[in-house]
Ligand binder design. Structure first.
Ligand code: RB5
Length: 146
């Protein structure tokens, strides 16, 4: 799977760790930065990951900042993006199954790296549920189109 990844400085180490894990797992990782722990602003990187997914250059996205909050808000400003802040395997599974999230976000200052790795693996291996969830995703698309 082609996965776009991005972070600010506070999510940099987590992003690097997860990008290496994804590459080792056989995924095609597109690292959109940042590339060091020097302070940067998270909106640019959340938007870059969102655009990569929205434009079809990546199937899914992964974002990290200090809390995961700011970068998820930024990614969600890109049309077609459903970026979900997750903390563990359960929120990762439900974000994908129920919310059809296409970008997974985590806080580099909030979660342990091993927990984050398990969460990302779960996100990637969980299929979106249909039925009532499809209808809710359509309702979100209607909100976005207004
Ligand atoms: C950076 O200090 C921090 O504010 C940022 O990484 C993120 O947590 C914002 O939501």
């Amino acid at each position: 799977m082609r996965i776009a990844v991005g972070s600010d400085h506070a999510g940099y180490r987590l992003k690097e760790f997860l990008a290496a894990h994804l590459a080792t797992s056989g995924h095609d990782v597109d690292d959109l930065g940042t590339h060091s722990e020097a302070p940067v602003d998270y909106p640019e990187f959340g938007a870059a990951v969102g655009r990569a997914v929205s434009e079809g250059r990546a199937e899914l996205g992964l974002c990290a900042c200090g809390t995961g909050i700011g970068i998820s808000i930024a990614a969600n400003k890109i049309p077609g993006i459903r970026a979900a802040l997750v903390h563990d395997v359960t929120t990762a599974r439900l974000a994908r199954a129920h919310n059809h999230a296409n970008v997974v976000c985590m806080g580099g200052r909030m979660v342990g790296f091993e927990v984050a790795k398990d969460a990302v693996d779960t996100f990637l291996s969980t299929a979106p549920d249909g039925g009532r969830h499809d209808q809710r995703i359509r309702e979100i698309a209607v909100l976005e189109a207004r």
